[in-house]
Design a protein around this ligand. Structure first.
Ligand SMILES: Cc1ncc(C[n+]2csc(CCOP(=O)(O)OP(=O)(O)O)c2C)c(N)n1
Length: 584
């Protein structure tokens, strides 16, 4: 036994490896990303980023069907994308074990919405395991592969930001050897879900759920901790930790298997305590499930959205709120900003000049919605910008202000290209701008189909975005360097003036990919007129100095020269030597 300090995500990767998983596939998304990155570094495994979560699950399903234990990773919204194969894979079942790791983000630290992935359990009829710490993240992931094979079903391991990103001690035991891939045996009754076969598998699924429910009654994944019988709390995931901290004397039914629930054991627990309550964050999944089983948990009025904390739990149930340190007063707010030298800035500068209505998407470029760029009008889900731009035009918008979609390279290959096909097919005349910085920057620089590199560091084919756009029927496709502000503006003006569907690919690498900085710039205060044009670019290296004149912080400036191009008074000039920042 070797103790190690691991985050929940690292522990999931270790658990999959310990279970002998051979294949890992995912799409990045905070707070799940690190699980696959760590798995990819393990000995004897194959791991890849897929262009989206649906493809990731399908690749893993094929690997499972072919006999390899497989792990799929994604954030909560990714499950919406992967839901189509998920539901039918519950019918087909698996070959070798198939575990889907999904990380939810209550409180929306880095997400556009909150979703409670436990709901996929009863919805798709697949088991959901909920670890409460890193140690369980490893054990439950490992157990998930066994359950998957035992009940012939994909298994969801659900975490939340606090579980994924907090570190805890994990005892590493001897790992299982990679399971050799067995011979593939054709079985169309199991794998070809046409109606006649699907009806049979549906009955089999119902039977498998019944078997899982009876397994749940005895499963070591659930745990009853009887203490003071005056209060009994049903809880799961990170909320178990909050309950233990806030009410250490209370009796607890800790759900590790959140679907199917053990009806008998829960009823027994209700009988053994005076008051029954549920402590859970996100949806009231457990509480309504308990009611559906005929139990009567008391409502305790916890918040409906956002994260819980030991303090909130203590206040709701009369415990002692734990002592916490107050934040240091007077700290300046630090809203997220595009980095100095970010190539997205040039694209927004051009779009602002034509006063475009910009249907936006998700990535670093979403920051273009904030002041001072203020150049994005919507952000809904990955890929939505393209279809929404078409919808805006259908509503008759665009005669006074052009309608433009803005989408990053990873987001375009995730789910933007199907939207573009729709626009071409249905004769839209919108402008689609692909902000191609060669990487999935927002989630921490994961490779994607345009990056030319795989997750495991192998050089590979790059998607030819220009050819891809032409192939779906876009006639006007052009590429421009967003750091050339005049060229960017010219391209935007010409394409919004055209009455055809067009694509502009703004191509320049993410500023954090550039290893050697160019020389930084400085403001000549004698020439600066405090007109603020450079400040309106929203570069964190430029601020308002004395007398309202611009000031450039040479420690932040990477020498992209965007500001030099907007200055009408030639007040920004090179200074000092170039320096090597090492790159990311
Ligand atoms: C369905 C779904 N999966 C994953 C995410 C997490 N996510 C947010 S933006 C993004 C990709 C951003 O990359 P890109 O489009 O290349 O833009 P960049 O950040 O590089 O500017 C990802 C993976 C998400 N929001 N939704």
């Amino acid at each position: 036994m070797v103790p190690m300090l691991l985050s929940g995500n690292e522990a999931v990767a270790r658990g999959a490896w310990a279970a002998g998983a051979l294949v890992g596939v995912g799409y990045p998304g905070t707070p799940s990303t690190q699980a696959l990155e760590v798995f990819a570094q393990m000995d004897g495994v194959y791991a890849e980023w897929a262009p989206n979560e649906k493809v990731a699950l399908e690749v893993a399903a094929g690997a499972s069907m072919g006999g390899a234990r497989s792990l799929v990773t994604m954030k909560h919204v990714g499950m919406n994308v992967a839901a189509d194969p998920l539901f039918t894979l519950a019918y087909t079942g698996v070959g070798a074990g198939l575990v889907i790791f999904v990380a939810d983000d209550p409180g929306m630290h880095s997400s556009q919405n909150e979703q409670d992935s436990r709901n996929w359990g009863p919805f798709a009829r697949v088991p959901v395991l909920e670890p409460s710490d890193s140690s369980e993240a490893l054990e439950f992931t490992r157990a998930g592969f066994d359950l998957s094979e035992r009940f012939d079903i994909p298994v969801i391991v659900r975490s939340t930001t606090r579980i994924s990103h907090s570190k805890g001690v994990v005892e590493l035991t001897r790992d299982q050897a990679r399971k050799p891939v067995g011979a593939y045996v054709k079985d169309i009754g199991k794998w070809v879900m046409m109606p006649a076969m699907a009806r049979v598998r549906r009955a089999s699924l119902d039977e498998r759920v019944r078997q899982m429910a009876s397994y749940a009654e005895e499963s070591p994944l659930n745990r009853i901790e009887l203490r003071d019988r005056s209060l009994g709390i049903v809880t799961s995931g990170v909320c178990y930790q909050y309950v233990r901290e806030a009410l250490p004397g209370a009796s607890v039914f800790k759900m590790g298997l959140s679907f199917p629930l053990p009806a008998g054991a829960l009823a027994e627990f209700e009988r053994s305590v005076e008051r029954l309550v549920v402590v859970e964050e996100a949806d009231n999944y457990l509480e309504s499930s308990l009611r559906a089983l005929g139990l009567s948990p008391e409502p305790i009025g916890l918040p409906e959205a956002g994260e819980l904390s030991p303090g909130l739990v203590a206040r709701a149930l009369g415990g002692d709120p734990p002592k916490t340190r107050d934040a240091v007063p007077g700290l300046p707010p630090r809203p997220p900003l595009m980095c100095p030298g970010c190539p997205h800035r040039g694209a927004y500068d051009a779009l602002r000049k034509v006063k475009a209505i910009v249907m936006g998407d998700i990535g670093c470029y979403t920051l273009g919605a904030l002041a001072p760029l203020s150049s994005m009008d919507s952000c809904v889900c990955m890929g939505a910008s393209v279809g929404m731009a078409h919808g805006m035009r259908l509503a008759g918008q665009g005669s006074e202000r052009p309608v433009v979609a803005v989408i990053g390279d990873s987001t375009f290959t995730h789910s933007g290209v199907t939207g573009l096909m729709d626009l071409a097919y249905n004769g839209s005349d919108a402008l689609v701008c692909i902000l191609d910085n060669r990487i999935t920057a927002m989630t921490g620089h994961q490779q994607n189909p345009v990056s030319g590199m795989t997750l495991q560091g192998r050089p590979t084919t790059e998607v030819d975005l220009e050819a891809l756009c032409r192939s779906v029927g876009v006639k006007r496709v052009r590429t421009v360097d967003p750091h050339d502000l005049a060229a960017a503006e010219k391209a935007v003006r010409e394409e919004v003036a055209s009455d055809a569907l067009s694509v502009i690919i703004f191509r320049a690498p993410c500023a954090l990919l550039i290893k050697e900085m160019d020389q930084p710039y400085a403001v000549d205060e004698d020439l600066c007129t405090a007109c603020r044009l450079c400040i309106r670019l929203g570069c964190p290296a430029i601020s308002k100095g004395e007398g309202g004149k611009a000031h450039i912080d040479v420690m932040l400036c990477v020498g992209c020269a965007d500001c030099v191009q907007v200055c009408k008074f030639s007040a920004i000039e090179l200074t000092g030597p170039a320096c090597d920042i090492g790159g990311v």
